[in-house]
Design a protein around this ligand. Structure first.
Ligand SMILES: Cc1cc2nc3c(=O)[nH]c(=O)nc-3n(C[C@H](O)[C@H](O)[C@H](O)COP(=O)(O)OP(=O)(O)OC[C@H]3O[C@@H](n4cnc5c(N)ncnc54)[C@H](O)[C@@H]3O)c2cc1C
Length: 427
């Protein structure tokens, strides 16, 4: 296969000529004699990384990033916003640096994808043609999965699982709660965005209550019998917040079957629990554009092959981050960032007629249970039997008997990871 990359000077002219044009008035944008055109849907941890890395690896590529928000609000560290330790502004990042790198940033949503014609339709009426499409739109709440829980209910019982207004709503509700109140949190069955985050949230809320409303409690209703880094969390709860957090597992009746927003009530198999503050972490699925592109299957998530993250349902479309089924790799920003780099390298290889290299990916999940108390779990993943499997013995978690110096160091590393990653993606 010959390279699709013509000589650099011609390309620069062609690239300069490429821009957004209203559908129907002009041909679909971006096709300029052999320039590789990559469209990336979603400017979060996965998509923004991928767009930027594509342009760095192959500057002559025509890369368009489609993202409706002018400012991205990060979920990592949003539990600390809820606890009052951080300002929401510290979570927010714009796209100017990415645009300066030569990525065309289309500030709008993708509304449909035609995988046969290789076209993406945008909410502003434009159409983008692509040689390769990357879809990294994150999650949507599955509004049909939990009876009683819809968009109106989320205004009373916030999920705060997409950072922004929901994060601030939960924060305000905690501030308004009387001392002695009960905060009820429900955690869903797997899979969902960031497996340890409900437990980090319970810890962060307990930290706030301990410092401001010490007669209050957290009740954590769980649709699972075990959770990520359970011993580390539970040891920390006994040490920092004794008798303040009660965890009710699936077999103890923790599975929430419906909610009653008018009274902030969680209905379980055996009981009803009314919260003074009610935080529902609801069931989730890949964001809706994945359905429209035909890359999501009946599970609600997107199957991909594990070397390039190309959809197993639609050739030419890659899916990464939370929306994708990534085998053993958890849905995490660290993971999405790593997958994005692998995907960008694979796309550049494919467009140049080369075979992509088999990747090794790393993920690390940091958890902060108090400002100076953190721990981690890390894993290494490689393609095996058609999916990403964990390399045995290559990862590991913080020691359960680690002392407070180690916990304070790990809290510091968590902040370092966030600063370094967000600077790499948006800075
Ligand atoms: C409370 C909480 C704490 C967390 N803490 C951590 C942590 O400490 N470490 C960690 O690694 N992970 C953490 N996560 C998980 C992390 O937020 C996600 O795994 C990560 O954001 C996934 O990246 P993504 O690119 O797949 O999706 P996102 O980062 O959500 O980005 C998706 C983007 O796509 C855009 N989009 C959606 N649909 C369209 C469309 N049709 N057209 C155009 N754009 C679209 C959205 O606007 C969004 O900007 C946490 C999550 C939560 C909820």
């Amino acid at each position: 296969m010959s390279s699709p990359f013509p000589r650099r000077r011609t390309l620069l002219k062609l690239a300069a000529a490429a821009g957004l044009a209203p559908a129907g008035l002009a041909p679909v944008i971006g096709r300029a004699q052999g320039i590789g055109r990559v469209v990336v849907i979603g400017g979060g941890f996965g998509g923004a990384t991928c767009a930027r890395v594509l342009k760095k690896l192959q500057p002559i590529l025509n890369v368009t990033l489609v993202e409706p928000s002018k400012v991205f609000t990060s979920c990592p560290f949003s539990n600390e916003v809820i606890a009052g330790q951080r300002d929401i502004k510290q979570q927010q990042f714009g796209y100017d640096a990415i645009a300066r790198d030569g990525v065309v940033v289309a500030q709008t949503s993708a509304t449909s994808v035609d995988p046969t014609q290789h076209r993406v339709t945008l909410a502003d009426g434009n159409t983008l043609a692509y040689d390769r499409l990357v879809i990294a739109p994150g999650i949507d709440i599955d509004w049909k999965a939990l009876p009683g829980y819809d968009e109106a209910a989320a205004e009373k019982m916030p999920h705060a699982w997409k950072a922004g207004d929901q994060t601030l709503l939960l924060r305000r509700q905690l501030e308004a709660m009387e001392d002695g109140g009960v905060v009820v949190i429900s955690a869903p069955a797997n899979p969902y965005r960031c497996p340890p985050a409900p437990y980090e949230r319970a810890s962060q809320i307990a930290w706030y209550l301990k410092t401001k409303k010490p007669r209050s409690k957290v009740l954590l209703l769980d649709a699972k019998d075990s959770f990520s880094q359970q011993r580390l969390f539970q040891n920390a709860w006994s040490e920092l917040y004794p008798a303040m957090i009660e965890w009710v597992s699936l077999s103890q009746g923790g599975n929430v079957t419906s909610v009653e927003p008018a009274t902030r009530t969680f209905v379980t198999d055996f009981d009803k629990h009314r919260g003074d503050v009610a935080n529902v972490v609801p069931p989730q699925k890949a964001a809706v554009i994945t359905m429209k592109a035909g890359v999501a299957d009946r599970t609600g998530w997107c199957p991909v092959e594990p070397v390039t993250f190309e959809s197993t349902l639609q050739p030419g479309i890659h899916v990464l981050g939370d929306a994708a089924l990534m085998g053993a790799m958890p849905k995490a920003a660290f993971a999405a960032n790593a997958q994005a780099k692998v995907c960008a390298a694979a796309i550049v290889a494919r467009l140049a007629g080369r075979e992509p290299q088999e990747p090794r990916l790393i993920n690390t999940c940091y958890n902060l249970v108090a400002p100076d108390y953190g721990f981690t779990i890390a894993g290494v993943y490689r393609p095996d039997k058609g999916q990403l499997l964990e390399v045995p013995g290559a990862g590991g978690a913080s020691p359960v008997d680690g002392d407070r110096t180690l916990r304070a160091q790990e809290a510091h590393y968590a902040e370092g990871w966030f600063a370094a990653t967000t600077a790499e993606v948006w800075g």
